[in-house]
Design a protein around this ligand. Structure first.
Ligand code: GL9
Length: 832
């Protein structure tokens, strides 16, 4: 025991400077001690998971000193803290990322090796926390990484889902969902804080009363109460001491309820209550657009927002802070509208619970919140039936009505007589069944509103939030998304990272603008050769994984053409499929057709209830079955659906891509972030002028980007003038042949029904205008092929892509948020 204590002490003692200097010997001792003392095993009897856990604890020990020092800092009253509220954090595995950020990767790899362990095998053992659906949740994770790296005092607040995003299996070409039991074998990265708990109320009614000073007040008499318990995960920055904290809330039963039930002898009632309470944080909703009308989802949102705001108020009061200055200590960012009920909750906490008057409370609230919008799809704008909302949150409903009353007064003042505008802007949609409009609540209750790419922000101002922009233009600003180069280049692509560092040094990892210095090597043949070697190596690694997961053999020297992202009609995975079938048809017509060998790789999950998305997965797999086994094709084309795309296996996918498919209908993809991950790893993009593609193309140069398709304006005007997909169909014989292949049952053993919903939707509706873009897409793909055949040219373009992607680091994005919205400064953490 004594020996163990010494080991711990020395671990902390040496944590000085940007990295730990713990000796290899010290690491080895700590590791062995965790195998024995934490996992309770002799080395011989330790399972793979025991070894992983012991290594994770060894690394966590290295974080702790920084973590505790950072948390102490967060408790200083003279600093401002960013509080990032998000229903999703898609973190991905911790171990390898922490090793990189600590600068301990090599030491730990060697330690493991000396213990006879392959560190890759231990990395493999980690279950990723899949607490998000896709881009929005992953963005939150990238932002936490950058906040810590930039030494910004920050906390992430969210939900500790017991089951994250489902695991995807492909069975007979169909998606099958399995529960994600990520906590099954324990989670060494979190520390439970059972002493940090809050009560969260639901239902019941409100009641007016007079306080001691005779002022009119309202109290909420809830129907039931649930307890939130904090679980903290350290978020270490890259080579800095800042180790921020992600605080996730788990729902539990409130003890007093159980006692009451026990007292009247209702044992089952007590247990029921417990189960009911714990349901709130049981499972992540797997939809990629808001779920309308699901009570449990609304409960989740309020649950984590209330816990988080109560936590901030408690922290602030502990510092002796005066609540009228709350916004000078916390900048709260709403990641989409999921936490927007926080606007009403903060008002309730200030006014009802802390006796503030409405006006000063409203000023504090507006100064505290910022709101990020992540989508333009009208069906994705979150709204809740008033009955449901008022039933769960009677007091918040009253507060929202009051906010709305005052707000609409202002609207009437500014635009007298314009009752249409009043109806459009109201926080309550009264055009039919009544709804609470969460985006309106978020806009009105925030001092800053931002979109996530230039085009997206412009369209927000012009369309979705136009009335709000007209009335308060000063609130609106753009913050183009970014991704962390630590996870998506250093961790995912060690080969490329080494090559780059060898040329320009390692500062690019925290200052990716410096990648520009690679430009002067584009004409160096040896460098280009090396560049190709690294890519080939990455492709071989992915090919191995594809064989393991799907049994399909792919040729690493073929072009890897990859589209990985959630399945959605607007993302148009099926447009990609139409291209594949067109190439296939050409080969069938003339087996000597000179096709550029390609491996088409798809990956992504479909929302379990999204019929069309699931049918598209089936189509991809059905086309794969035919194309991969056709002797005329003779292996020149391969199609792969990579199952269970997630952060963990993304590491093998982005670095292996030659071509990145970013082909959404213009105006539909708010930003995209996969587009950035691919390009940073040297893939060239074929894409529409949508989301951040526009800015990526601007940065890398139009000549290094394969552009095609309608613009957002074209899409709007086509729609206005009555888009007729059939016209495009009739005028393009190649398109006809492609559609005919599908509807004839060629890919479905003669079954002409299987894909008819897809085909009919394209021919008769084609909401996302695949047929309108098909011709242009085919042309762009032809240009891709031509470029790829000239490997020297392709390599040049690839190098320039990487060299010019600095803008899309999440560090840049976070710096902009800090300066323009949060008004916060770095506070370096010292370890003394
Ligand atoms: C999204 C947008 O659709 C993306 O274009 C954007 O890049 C990200 C992050 O800003 O946000 N909004 C959204 O609801 N999702 C996004 O990816 N969906 C999921 O996260 C599943």
């Amino acid at each position: 025991m004594v020996k163990r204590f010494e080991a711990r002490q020395s671990a902390a003692d040496v944590c000085v400077g940007g990295r730990s200097d713990m000796s290899l010997e010290g690491l080895r001792r700590t590791f062995r001690e965790h195998v024995f003392y934490t996992q309770g095993r002799f080395p011989m009897g330790a399972s793979r998971n025991d070894l992983y856990m012991a290594l994770a604890y060894t690394v966590r020990d290295q974080l702790l000193h920084r973590w505790i020092r950072t948390v102490e800092q967060l408790g200083r009253e003279d600093i401002k803290i960013v509080s990032y509220l998000s229903a999703e954090f898609l973190l991905g595995p911790h171990l390898e990322n922490n090793l990189i950020n600590l600068g301990l990767y090599e030491d730990v790899r060697r330690t493991a090796e000396e213990e006879g362990l392959d560190i890759q095998v231990l990395f493999d053992q980690e279950e990723e926390p899949g607490l998000g659906n896709g881009g929005l949740g992953r963005l939150a994770a990238c932002y936490l990484d950058s906040l810590a790296t930039l030494e910004i005092p920050a906390m992430g607040y969210g939900i500790r889902y017991e089951f994250g995003i489902f695991d995807q299996e492909i069975r007979d070409g169909w998606q099958v969902e399995h529960t994600d039991q990520w906590l099954r074998l324990g989670n060494p990265w979190e520390i439970a804080r059972p002493e940090i708990t809050y009560h969260v109320n639901f239902g019941g009614r409100t009641e007016p009363y007079e306080d001691e000073q005779g002022r009119y007040r309202v109290r909420w008499i809830p129907y039931r109460t649930v307890k939130g318990v904090a679980y903290d995960t350290p978020i270490l920055g890259y080579r800095v001491n800042t180790c921020n904290l992600l605080r996730l809330w788990k729902a539990e039963a409130v003890e007093s309820f159980e006692f009451e039930a026990f007292n009247v002898g209702d044992y089952y009632g007590a247990v029921d209550q417990k189960i009911y309470s714990e349901n709130i944080t049981k499972v992540l909703y797997p939809n990629d657009e808001p779920i309308q009308g699901k009570q449990l989802r609304l409960e989740q949102q309020y649950f984590f927002v209330s816990c988080s705001l109560q936590d901030m108020v408690r922290i602030y009061k502990l510092l002796g802070g005066d609540l009228s200055r709350f916004s000078s200590h916390f900048a709260i960012q709403l990641n989409d509208t999921h936490p927007a009920i926080g606007v009403a909750e903060l008002m309730r906490l200030l006014v009802d619970e802390n006796g503030m008057d409405w006006e000063p409370a409203w000023e504090v609230t507006c100064n505290t919140f910022g709101y990020t919008n992540h989508t333009l799809l009208p069906e994705a704008l979150e709204k809740w039936p008033v009955d449901l909302f008022a039933g769960l949150f009677p007091r918040h409903m009253e507060i929202i009505y009051e906010i709305n009353r005052r707000f609409l007064d202002e609207v009437r003042n500014r635009f007298p007589g314009d009752e249409d505008r009043v109806a459009r802007m109201s926080l309550i949609d009264e055009s039919g069944e009544r709804y609470v409009r969460m985006a309106h609540l978020a806009c009105v209750g925030s001092h800053a509103v931002n979109g996530v790419a230039e085009l997206h922000t412009r369209l927000l101002k012009e369309e979705v939030l136009r009335d709000f922009y007209e009335m308060m233009p000063e609130k609106f600003n753009n913050k183009t998304n970014g991704v962390t180069p630590r996870r998506f280049v250093v961790l995912s692509n060690p080969g490329l990272s080494r090559l780059i560092t060898g040329k320009i040094g390692e500062t690019w990892v925290s200052r990716p603008e410096e990648l520009r210095r690679l430009e002067k090597f584009v004409d160096d043949p040896a460098f280009r050769e090396e560049w190709r070697r690294v890519k080939l190596e990455n492709k071989k690694n992915l090919a191995r994984l594809i064989r393991e997961r799907t049994g399909i053999e792919v040729d690493p020297s073929s072009m890897f053409d990859i589209q990985v992202k959630r399945l959605h009609e607007y993302k148009r995975q099926h447009l990609n499929v139409l291209h594949i079938i067109a190439l296939y048809n050409r080969i069938k017509q003339d087996p000597a057709y000179d096709v550029c060998p390609r491996t088409f790789i798809f990956g992504g999950k479909a929302a379990p209830g999204y019929f069309m998305a699931k049918r598209i997965i089936k189509l991809i797999n059905s086309v794969a079955d035919v194309v991969n086994h056709d002797s005329d094709v003779n292996g020149r084309l391969k199609v792969v659906f990579f199952p269970d795309f997630n952060v963990k296996n993304a590491k093998f996918i982005y670095p292996a891509a030659d071509l990145s498919e970013q082909i959404s209908t213009a105006g539909k993809e708010a930003s995209g972030t996969g587009n950035m991950k691919f390009s940073m790893n040297g893939a060239l993009t074929i894409g529409t002028l949508d989301g951040a593609n526009v800015e990526i193309r601007e940065e890398v140069g139009a000549e290094n980007f394969f552009l095609f398709g309608l613009t957002a304006e074209d899409v709007t005007s086509l729609q206005k003038n009555g888009y007729q997909p059939m016209e495009y169909y009739r005028s393009n014989p190649e398109l006809q042949a492609v559609i005919e292949r599908i509807s004839s049952g060629y890919f479905s053993n003669g079954d002409q029904e299987l894909f008819s919903p897809l085909v009919d939707s394209l021919l008769f509706h084609d909401t996302f205008m695949l047929l309108a873009d098909f011709g242009a897409y085919m042309d762009a793909q032809r240009q891709v092929e031509e470029a790829y055949r000239d490997q020297e040219r392709w390599t040049r373009m690839s190098i320039l892509n990487v060299a010019r992607m600095g803008k899309f680091s999440s560090d840049r994005a976070i710096r902009e948020y800090c300066k323009d919205i949060w008004k916060v400064e770095p506070v370096p953490v010292t370890l003394e």
